[in-house]
Design a protein around this ligand. Structure first.
Ligand code: SF4
Length: 357
């Protein structure tokens, strides 16, 4: 480094560190940098994630001098919903305004068992442009930071415990791989929220190289948004298929490391007259041959601005029966939160529309 550069950097104050974006190893390194012991990291994480404290001043088992030092060098970010809508089936949708003015949605979904799943966003907008998806129509605005991903979970936990997380909200998680992996590491922290990787599912539209990298770097359940059984139809529904066609996608699924009894979930949105025939069901059986798979059948969630329609009830039943009869696990997912448009991106579109008017 030359002297000029040295002078410039010595004049620039260090950027405040957001503790919410740090893994335990990062926090230990940060503390070591200011001459503090590694066990302090556990203390700080427990205050933040277990006791839900958001200021260093409240961390009463840390020395006063350490608390002031932390205040000078770091901060603890939070998200609070700007709007919450609750559906008659108990689905709750949060709209979070981010520091730079952009917004994302997070959806808390009650399950039949009385448990709750949180659907988390990973990007503002999305670059992949799936034609059935409202978020895709915005294009990609930016990636969420790890802290912004973690903070959606922390905010929803204020409304009660969560048993499962799905990275299935706005954005393609594998298009923001480093931040998503960091967020998962933080969510898994035993001293923190301590989510088990078995309770967390990442859903991808099929970014094949990143699927392999994900499997190498972290444990998480994989869901693949499939939605078609031929390249011709999938090319139209999900443009990413033109880059990574079905043959490559299914090979990546076969290579994904699975623990014993773990399955890959395949989401299949049934759209009337497009992908809901028995020939599609037959091709689906072929595509999944030999894979430990579970299929979620989801009726298309009709909304303004699309000509796609939900399938007829009999068609859906016949499709599911065809799969079940051939030994596949095929579950019909109830269209939760329909009255509050809980399909991804719809709350944001609605609220932003209201704001513009
Ligand atoms: S379905 Fe997912 S990957 Fe496709 S455009 Fe929407 S957010 Fe992006």
């Amino acid at each position: 480094m030359d002297n000029d550069q040295d002078d410039r950097s010595s004049m620039t104050p260090p950027p405040p560190v957001d503790i919410k974006g740090l893994t335990q190893a990062d926090l230990v390194a940060f503390l070591a940098g200011i001459g503090k012991e590694r066990f302090r990291a556990g203390q700080i994480l427990r205050w933040i994630y277990r006791r839900k404290v958001c200021s260093f001043a409240e961390m009463t088992d840390l020395a006063k001098e350490l608390r002031s030092e932390l205040e000078a060098r770091a901060w603890i970010s939070e998200l609070h919903p700007e709007a919450v809508e609750e559906s008659c089936d108990g689905t709750r949708k949060y709209l979070f305004r981010l520091q730079d003015g952009h917004s994302v949605e997070t959806v808390r979904i009650p399950m039949e068992s009385g448990r709750h799943t949180l659907c988390v966003s990973t990007q503002v907008g999305c670059a992949l442009g799936c034609v059935f998806c409202h978020t895709g129509s915005f294009g990609l605005v930016r990636n969420l930071t790890a802290a912004e991903i973690v903070n959606q979970v922390c905010a929803a936990l204020r409304d009660g415990p969560l048993q499962n997380l799905v990275l299935m909200g706005m954005g393609e998680p594998l298009d923001n791989l480093d931040n998503v992996i960091r967020a998962l590491e933080i969510l898994y922290l035993p001293e923190g929220l301590d989510f088990s990787p078995r309770k967390v599912t990442l859903s991808t539209a099929g970014l094949v190289p990143q699927m392999a990298e994900l499997g190498r770097r972290i444990k998480v359940n994989l869901a693949v948004s499939l939605n078609a059984t031929t390249d011709a139809v999938r090319d139209v529904l999900m443009p990413i298929n033109r880059r990574y066609p079905l043959r490559e996608l299914m090979a990546a699924c076969r290579a994904y490391p699975l623990a014993q009894r773990q399955r890959i979930t395949f989401e299949y949105i049934l759209i009337r007259g497009l992908n809901d025939s028995l020939q599609d069901a037959r091709r689906l059986v072929g595509l999944l041959h030999g894979l430990r798979a579970k299929i979620n059948l989801i009726p298309f969630n009709e909304h303004a601005g699309t000509s796609f329609r939900a399938p007829a009830e009999e068609t859906m039943r016949a499709f599911q029966t065809f799969l079940l009869d051939r030994g596949l696990v095929a579950v019909r997912r109830a269209g939760k939160g329909r009255d509050i448009a809980a399909a991804c991106g719809q709350l944001k579109g609605k609220l932003d529309g209201v704001r513009q008017r």
